[in-house]
Design a binder for this molecule. Structure first.
Ligand code: ADP
Ligand code: MG
Ligand code: MG
Length: 248
């Protein structure tokens, strides 16, 4: 589904990703772990097509198409979803307006009929229920005044509504208390744990992986994947730390 080969990317002339290769197939959940500053968020931004990130070498294909050649909205219409470490606030636009607009523009790009207001609200209620987020939150302006945990749950509601084929989630677990972590983890499973979908889960900690069990765990360090293993690799990292595991 996603194939990254020898990816090099820089910001402001500084090379951050230095030859990263990774293949993710449908039905798989891959966790990416790694020390601060390793380039994890940079990878998420490059996949999302954020301006300012320059790819200097390598290729990324998504279902066989050149991802790097597409605009962010084209990537989204093809089913790529990005959840960010720091979700944006959009004053003056309600969550419901924002999400209905986002969903319908993606449907349009795929040649599908838009959802009516009623159909959309029914879908939004179902997904908000899954993430235990009050519908009142969805009527408020996007992320404005939301707590860290509410932003993350809101983002997972967005993911449920957009129903992407591929999700890149950057530190979705940051700022979550133990109960919210469980709700978000179960939400990710309910929405994305399917044979025709895949997830790249970027996380510092093992704890989210107790709920969302990865098929593969990769350690990203200094812009490259330096080690790959199964779910046990994350447990080993938690117990021993990056330095020790990477030196082994
Ligand atoms: P991680 O998510 O793994 O903690 P990041 O991808 O956020 O790492 O950052 C990787 C490196 O890129 C860090 O050294 C960081 O300081 C640097 N970096 C991030 N953004 C910029 C920027 N706008 N300009 C220069 N360096 C940056
Ligand atoms: Mg970081
Ligand atoms: Mg980061």
């Amino acid at each position: 589904m996603l194939k990254i080969e020898n990816l090099h990317a820089e910001i402001d002339g500084k090379e951050i990703l230095k030859g990263l290769s990774l293949e993710v197939n449908a039905g798989e959940i891959h966790a990416i772990m790694g020390p601060n500053g390793a380039g994890k968020s940079t990878l998420a931004y490059v996949l999302g097509g954020r301006p300012g990130y320059e790819v200097t070498q390598g290729t990324v294909t998504f279902n066989g198409k050149d991802l790097l050649d597409m605009e962010p909205h084209e990537r989204a219409a093809l089913g790529m979803f990005l959840g960010f470490q720091y979700p944006v606030e959009i004053p003056g636009v309600s969550n419901v307006q924002f999400l209905r607009e986002a969903l319908n523009s993606q449907r349009k790009a795929r040649g599908e009929e838009p959802l009516s207001g009623g159909e959309f609200l029914k879908l939004a209620k179902e997904k908000a229920g899954l993430l235990k987020l009050d519908m009142e939150m969805l009527k408020r302006n996007v992320n404005v005044g939301f707590s860290g945990g509410e932003k993350k749950r809101n983002e997972m509601v967005q993911m449920g509504i957009l129903d992407p084929a591929f999700a890149v989630l950057d530190e979705t677990d940051s700022g979550l208390d133990i109960d919210a972590l469980k709700v978000v983890g179960e939400g990710i499973n309910a929405i994305m744990r399917k044979s025709d979908k895949a997830v790249l889960l970027i996380t510092h900690y093992q704890r989210l992986l107790d709920y969302v069990e990865p098929d593969f765990v990769h350690i990203l360090s200094a812009g490259k994947i330096v080690k790959t293993g199964g779910a046990d690799l994350a447990k080993q990292l938690e117990a021993e730390g990056y330095d020790e595991v990477m030196a082994a």
